[in-house]
Design a protein. Structure first.
Length: 352
């Protein structure tokens, strides 16, 4: 028993040593993993902190978006409520009309009068725009803004009610066409063509009405009322501006022609003056030579004066005068040949 106990103790000590060695080896093996797990834990903690901050920022942005959406909805509601007022709708339509006139360049090349009252057969009528054409005629433009039914359709979620509101919108546009046809602007403005332009300040208003009632275009043509949106009105006004530009070019060409006629008449007068001056220069040279012949030569006054000086009578010598010999530059142009022949004939007549 003592021997066995001693052997067992010895084995236990060896086992304890082996176990400690194994534990040490396992600890050495697990140490890098523990360090990696610690780093991963710290990194996960940092990520969680950052993610929490990002969540807070995202939540703040979502709240800001909600506030902006709420403010936008509030302003949109106010805008819709304002557009339902007839005065505000009219001001918006007139502002769009003025912008179209500015974009088309008609402020420079055309004259327009906004809100000009004209007395009609039953009551005073007021067109929103009178566009003057280069030939003295005018185009009448009346702005209409049918928005009530269109706004109701835009705010409606039920498709059936939405279709009903859109149909009411098309009917409202047709009613405006009838009203403008009844005003008969072409009767109050004799210089206007037999039609009037109905301006809708938005493309959507026109397309929505036309989608519900495709016969509106044909009906407007029969009613002598032309439906126009900002795009088509700008195109129409640009065509008118081009006409004004061409008219200005024609007026400038006429002014240039008149000035050219004045210049040409002055050149004709200068031509005659040059010919007359040449003729007089030749006559003056001939008269000088004739006078020199009488003064110089044997028996002439200057010859007698020199003889007296030789006799010491007088104090100043008289130099001998040479003939003037006026030689004008020859004119070789064909246009001058006829004129030179005429001048030569006149000179011969003077000598005779």
């Amino acid at each position: 028993m003592a021997l066995a106990k001693g052997e067992l103790d010895k084995q236990q000590m060896e086992s304890a040593k082996d176990l400690a060695a194994k534990e040490s080896a396992i600890e050495m093996l697990l140490k890098p993993m523990q360090e990696s797990l610690a780093k991963l834990s710290n990194h996960s903690h940092d990520l969680e902190v950052k993610r929490e901050g990002a969540y807070k920022e995202v939540l703040t942005e979502i709240q800001n978006m909600q506030n902006s959406h709420r403010d936008l909805r509030k302003e949109t509601t106010q805008l819709v409520a304002a557009l339902r007022a007839p005065k505000v709708r009219g001001n918006w339509g007139e502002m769009q009309l003025k912008k179209c006139v500015e974009f088309s360049g008609m402020v420079q090349y055309a004259s327009f009068e906004v809100e000009k009252y004209v007395k009609g057969e039953d009551a005073a009528i007021r067109p929103d725009l009178i566009v003057k054409l280069p030939n003295g005629r005018s185009i009448i433009v009346d702005a209409k803004t049918p928005l009530d039914a269109f706004l109701d359709a835009s705010a409606c979620e039920d498709e059936v009610l939405r279709s009903a509101h859109m149909a009411a919108h098309a009917a409202r546009v047709r009613k405006h066409l009838d009203a403008l046809c009844g005003k008969a602007y072409w009767k109050q403005f004799p210089e206007s063509p037999d039609f009037v332009v109905c301006f809708l300040p938005s493309e959507v208003l026109f397309s929505a009405a036309l989608e519900q009632d495709p016969s509106l275009l044909e009906y407007s043509a029969e009613s002598r009322v032309l439906l126009a949106t900002p795009t088509t009105l700008i195109a129409l006004l640009k065509a008118v501006a081009y006409g004004w530009k061409q008219s200005q070019i024609a007026r400038d060409a006429q002014l240039i022609r008149n000035e050219a006629l004045n210049v040409q008449s002055k050149l004709v007068g200068m031509h005659d003056a040059i010919v007359e001056l040449g003729k007089r220069l030749r006559s003056a040279g001939k008269a000088y030579d004739d006078m020199l012949v009488k003064a110089e030569g044997r028996g002439g006054l200057f010859s007698i004066s020199r003889k007296l000086r030789e006799l010491e009578i007088g104090e100043q010598e008289l130099p001998v005068l040479e003939p003037a010999a006026v030689q004008l530059r020859p004119l070789t142009s064909d246009e001058w040949q006829g004129r030179l022949s005429l001048v030569a004939a006149e000179s011969e007549g003077v000598e005779e």
